[in-house]
Each structure stands twice: as structure tokens, then as C-alpha cells.
Ligand binder design. Structure first.
Ligand code: HEM
Length: 551
């Protein structure tokens, strides 16, 4: 008879899913066979050669050989944290998104990043910072994939590969890491003057944050919100840090980066672990959803423009607190997959041509980076709302789907709530549902009959006014820092023609700025460019302020 120790067949039960590969006290193979020795390979005799039959050796080495996945094509260097978002409830008038309803508490995961450096690069470089938030709402996952600056380098996503090729290290010498101090970067931004506004933000103190905890976050694009009645509003989304906005000086950044290249991620994790949990308020700037999609003459579909807070105040709608550090960096910070198209009822995209390209790009890159189409099943990406999709099979599939009819409508697997009476079960008629009832419904908007066009709208033509607004809004100390940054970074350019062209672009922003940078570079001041005199007023809200937490 069989020994008493034989147990029924079947998978072990009650195992903590997050502990896959870490159950029980003993070392095992990946399939649970207990191993007594992992220090010596199996040999023919004590001095070898090694035997091919050593399954444990081959499994260990083979798995190790495949431990790395590609780093993100941009934003490769990042740090993440878990937390919670609590809504104030005052956004209900403009959006029916459930996670913005009063008192609703939503788990979040945030990933902060630099843009250009590789995964192992330093935290303290001059660069834009990513600020991406995943809200695990009761209505599905909403991703707010933003940056710490309110504008972007380009107006049309077709130019994204170009600006990134220009900003990444030179392809011949792989220099420099995560710095804007090189020829291709300045070649691009001086030739594409739409990039001048974002570049000015980079050259300002905002380009070297003191801490992730002290950064603002911006959705950049304009979103279209929908309330329970179906009325729509345009909105920009902002994060305001409780600790105010603070930066490192250039000298501090060099020292901090030299002593501790992990300065920002260490600061984030140390703060959370010591109980100094960082907080941000989510705020909305709201605009009427007019046919022109402009506000005070600013084209809301142009991502190189922001709307000054003097014209549209940021109205706080909820608070986020980060309370947890990752348990496993790879499983959380590396495997997290954000996507601008991850939306919930009440929030929709607009026709911003940068945003539209992003809708295509993220899932596309993640198919490669995360090895196939099932990355939303990874624990960090999983919805906290029930999922019932018809996505089946594929690389990395973890689910064991039941039923035989993954199509809708069907008459085999319990039918489908979408079969309208009298439709004959063809699904031809879409039932009337509203976002207020928790369904995602694209916001209605007429697309005018038009011919195909490969050109920018005329309203995207002004590249300098807002850069000038930013410059004029700085204190004299902040202006000194901007001049020093342009001088240093442009000073690393080998091609004097590129420096000259960038000086001309600075001249179009502000004559005194161009003059001061030219002086620092020891170059002739470019011919003055005619500027509209008082077309912009300085914006106090753009200043670097360690303001009190607005309650
Ligand atoms: C990451 C593309 C514009 C913020 C990425 C990634 C790609 C990408 C391919 C890597 C994603 C991954 O591997 O998971 C693009 C394209 C853009 C664009 C094609 C323009 C057409 C922007 C803009 C912002 C932004 C305007 C800010 C508003 C981010 C952030 C990340 C990211 C924060 C890092 C997400 C993370 O932490 O995992 N982008 N991007 N991107 N992008 Fe963009």
C-alpha cells in the first residue's frame, strides 16, 4: 500500500500570490523539487568536465541569462511609491468620475522619473521629470501620465522620436548621459522654435528639483471632462506639492550627484519610511468647451502653451499621500505600465496632436518592453475593478479563462447584457448608457468635414510669447540661474553655428537674455529681434515659491 505521506494531486492552495517562488523554507527548483546543494555543479569526477544533465545548473544559469528586460525608451530612470488619493467631492459639477466623488478613497501608485538618462544614471541632472500616477479606481484604472513642467517641447507627436534622438546621447560616442549640454539637443531646439518654451523651463531651477516631494505635476494636455448629464468641460490637471516647489542650485546638484547619484530616490524612500509622507493636491483648471477650444486666446490643444493661473485658478479637488515604498523594485517600478488611454467614465482625451500620438505609443512600446500583450495582468497593473474582457491567450498569459464563447453577443456563455431587445442579437444597436451610470462613453464632438492636411494650425504659430512670459516672471536670482544654465549648457556645444542660432532664438524671447548669454559665451550679441512690447504680463504663479500648503 502507498505510504501515508502521499497527498492529493493539484496545485498548492492558500499560497500568497506575491510570494510565487518563495514558499517554504527549502531551496527548490522552479517546479518545487527540493535541492540540497546549489554551490557545486555536477561533474564527471571532482575536476570535471561538467555534465549536461545538471538540470539545476542549467535552470539557474538560463534564468539568470534572461533576467533583464529592455529599459524604457524614455523615462528609464525612475522611482515609485504607493499611496492613497482622497477626493474632496467638489469636482462633481464637471466630471462624474467616481474617484473624484466626495470622500472616495482610491489606491494609487506613482512613478517619478528623469526623461533622458539610462536606468543607472544620476538623479540630480538637469532634465524634465516624469510624474505618472496610476489610480486603481472602482471604475477601472485611470493613469495621469504627466511631467513636472506644464508644457512640452513639440506640438505634434510625429516629432517625438526626433526630439528624443536629439536629446539622448550622441550615437557615435554615447555622450552625454542625461544632459542637455550637447550639439544635437541645441541643434534641434534652435531649429524647432516651438521647443523654446519647454527648454526655458529646463534651464530654470525647475530643471533640477530638490526632491520628488517638492515638484509640481502637470498633465500638460487639455482633457475633456463629462458630468453625469453629459455636459462637457475642458480641463488641465495639476499636482501641487504640500512642501512647495524647491530646487537645487547647480552647484548643490553637482555635489549631491557626485556623492549620491540616488539622491532623489533615497530622499523619497527615506521620507516615507520615517513617516514624513509626501502629499500633493490634485487641482483642475477648467475652461468652457467651446468650438474653438481656446481660452483667452490660448489654443488649448497646443501642448507648448500653458494657461497662467491668474487667468484660470487651479481648483483643488483631492489629496494624494504616498505612504508605501516598493517591496520589489522590478515588480512594481519596472513592470508598471502607464498609458494615457487608461481612462475612466467622466474623463476623456482631446484632439491635441501630441496626446493623440501618445495614445498609440505607450501600449506599443510596452508590448516589447513587458514581453507580449498580457502586461495588464501583472500585479502592479491589475485593475481593482472587476475585469471581464475578451482578450485571450498570448505570451505571458496568466489567466485560465472559462467558457467557450469569447465574443459578444453570444448565446452560449450566459449571453450578454448588450443584446438589445429586438436587435436580433446582432449587437448592431448600441444601448444608451451614460458615464454617470459608470460606463465609459466617448465625449461627443463633431469632426468637421475636411480634407486631409499635413500641417500645423495657424494657432500653433507663436513660439516665443510664453517663453517671454516665463522669463519675465522670474526674480533676478532666478534669471541669473537661467542665464548661467544657458551659458553652461550651450558652452558644451562644439558647433558655433548652433550656438549662434540658439542665441537668435533667445533674442526672439528677450533681448537682455540673449545679450547676457552671448556675453557668457564670449560671442557677439545677435541682431535684436522685433518684439511685441507689452503683450505679456509676468506671472507670479510661475515663480519658485516655498508656499504654505493651501488648505
Ligand atoms: C514614458 C512616449 C510625450 C510623460 C514614455 C514611454 C514612451 C513614451 C514610449 C515609455 C513607456 C514605457 O516603456 O512604459 C511618448 C510619446 C510622446 C510622449 C510618443 C509624444 C507624442 C509625453 C508627454 C509627457 C510624457 C507630453 C508628459 C505630459 C511620460 C512619463 C513617462 C513616459 C511620465 C514615464 C512613465 C513611467 O514612469 O513608467 N513616453 N511620450 N510623455 N512619458 Fe511619454
Amino acid at each position: 500500500s502507498a505510504p501515508a505521506t502521499v497527498t492529493p494531486t493539484g496545485a498548492p492552495t492558500g499560497a500568497d500570490e506575491t510570494a510565487v517562488g518563495q514558499q517554504g523554507p527549502d531551496l527548490t527548483t522552479s517546479l518545487g523539487t527540493r535541492l540540497r546543494d546549489t554551490d557545486h555543479s555536477l561533474k564527471a569526477g571532482s575536476r570535471g568536465p561538467l555534465l549536461l544533465q545538471d538540470h539545476h545548473l542549467r535552470e539557474k544559469i538560463t534564468h539568470f541569462d534572461h533576467e533583464r528586460i529592455p529599459e524604457r525608451v524614455v523615462h528609464a530612470r525612475g522611482a515609485g511609491a504607493h499611496g492613497e488619493f482622497v477626493a474632496y467631492g467638489n469636482a462633481a459639477g464637471v466630471t462624474c468620475a467616481d474617484f473624484l466623488a466626495e470622500g472616495v478613497r482610491t489606491p494609487v501608485f506613482v512613478r517619478f522619473s528623469t526623461v533622458l538618462g539610462s536606468r543607472g544614471s544620476a538623479d540630480t541632472v538637469r532634465d524634465t521629470r516624469g510624474f505618472a500616477t496610476k489610480f486603481y479606481t472602482r471604475e477601472g484604472v485611470f493613469d495621469l501620465v504627466g511631467n513636472n513642467m506644464p508644457v512640452f517641447f513639440i506640438q505634434d507627436g510625429i516629432k517625438f522620436p526626433d526630439i528624443i534622438h536629439a536629446g539622448k546621447p550622441h550615437p557615435d560616442r554615447e555622450i552625454p548621459q542625461a544632459q542637455s549640454a550637447h550639439d544635437t539637443f541645441w541643434d534641434f531646439v534652435s531649429l524647432h522654435t516651438e521647443a523654446q518654451h519647454h527648454t526655458m523651463w529646463n534651464m530654470s531651477d525647475r530643471g533640477i528639483p530638490r526632491s520628488f516631494r517638492m515638484m509640481e505635476g502637470f498633465g500638460v494636455h487639455t482633457f475633456r471632462l463629462q458630468d453625469a448629464d453629459g455636459s462637457t468641460t475642458l480641463a488641465k490637471l495639476h499636482w501641487k506639492p504640500r512642501l512647495g516647489v524647491h530646487s537645487l542650485t547647480w552647484e548643490e546638484a553637482q555635489l549631491a550627484g557626485g556623492v549620491d547619484p540616488d539622491f532623489h530616490r533615497r530622499d523619497l524612500y527615506d521620507a516615507i519610511e520615517s513617516g514624513a509622507c509626501p502629499e500633493w493636491e490634485l487641482g483642475l483648471q477648467v475652461f468652457p468647451d467651446t468650438e474653438e477650444q481656446t481660452f483667452e486666446g490660448i489654443d488649448l490643444l497646443d501642448p507648448t502653451k500653458m494657461v497662467p493661473e491668474e487667468l484660470a485658478p487651479v481648483q483643488p479637488v483631492g489629496r494624494m499621500t504616498l505612504t508605501g515604498t516598493p517591496t520589489n523594485f522590478f515588480a512594481e517600478v519596472e513592470q508598471v505600465a502607464f498609458h494615457v488611454g487608461n481612462l475612466v467614465p467622466g474623463i476623456d482625451v482631446t484632439d491635441d496632436p501630441l496626446m493623440q500620438v501618445r495614445l498609440f505609443s505607450y501600449v506599443d512600446t510596452q508590448l516589447t518592453r513587458l514581453g507580449g500583450p498580457n502586461f495588464n495582468q501583472l500585479p502592479i497593473n491589475r485593475s481593482h475593478a472587476p475585469v471581464n474582457d475578451m482578450l485571450r491567450d498570448g505570451f505571458g498569459q496568466q489567466a485560465v479563462h472559462g467558457g467557450i464563447a469569447p465574443y459578444r453577443p453570444n448565446s452560449l456563455d450566459g449571453g450578454c447584457p448588450f443584446v438589445p431587445p429586438g436587435s436580433g442579437g446582432t449587437g448592431a444597436e448600441t444601448p444608451q448608457v451614460t458615464p454617470g451610470e459608470g460606463w465609459f462613453v466617448e465625449t461627443p464632438r463633431e469632426v468637421p468635414a475636411s480634407r486631409k492636411v499635413r500641417a500645423a494650425p495657424a494657432s500653433f504659430a507663436d513660439h516665443f510669447t510664453q517663453a517671454r512670459l516665463f522669463w519675465l516672471s522670474m526674480t533676478s536670482v532666478e534669471q541669473d540661474h537661467i542665464v548661467a544654465a544657458y551659458t553652461f549648457e550651450l558652452g558644451k556645444c562644439y558647433e558655433s553655428a548652433i550656438r549662434e542660432r540658439q542665441l537668435m532664438a533667445l533674442g526672439a524671447i528677450d533681448g537682455s537674455l540673449a545679450e547676457r548669454v552671448a556675453e557668457g559665451l564670449g560671442m557677439p550679441v545677435p541682431e535684436p529681434v522685433e518684439q511685441p512690447a507689452a503683450d505679456v504680463a509676468p506671472s507670479p504663479a510661475l515663480r519658485q515659491v516655498g508656499e504654505e500648503w493651501p488648505v
